[in-house]
Design a protein around this ligand. Structure first.
Ligand code: AMP
Length: 106
């Protein structure tokens, strides 16, 4: 079950600060607090999904979300070389249980 006290829910509600790189009605993108690449940005939907599996199973905005990930990587961050990554489940190193995609830029 989704817990709305997770850190990304608090970032969405502006209860804690983040370095926002892009925001619209549907997504928020902000810099990871512990970057693991030259550029490390997290993209989250504003809808409440626990992880990739939950998002793919239930969202009606899957294509829109991934179009926004591409837009943020290429047009906002101006990256040509990047990885996108999502950790699904605690044993796969998911720490924050609000679905997010990492953009790692080189
Ligand atoms: P994951 O392990 O896939 O759940 O990724 C969670 C990511 O969130 C990690 O890379 C953390 O460094 C990052 N993170 C945790 N708290 C914050 C925060 N307050 N602001 C920005 N990034 C955060």
């Amino acid at each position: 079950m989704y817990n709305n006290q997770n850190v990304f829910a608090k970032i969405l509600r502006k209860e804690i600060p983040s370095k926002v790189v892009f925001e619209n009605d549907f997504v928020l993108a902000f810099h990871d607090i512990k970057p693991k690449a030259n550029v490390h940005v997290l993209v989250i939907p504003k809808e409440q999904y626990i992880n990739f599996s939950d998002f793919i199973s239930h969202s009606l905005n899957i294509e829109n979300f991934f179009q926004e990930v591409k837009n943020i990587a290429e047009n906002i961050l101006k990256l040509q070389h990047y990885k996108i990554l999502t950790n699904n489940g605690s044993k796969a190193e998911q720490e924050v249980f609000h679905f997010h995609v990492h953009i790692l830029g080189y």
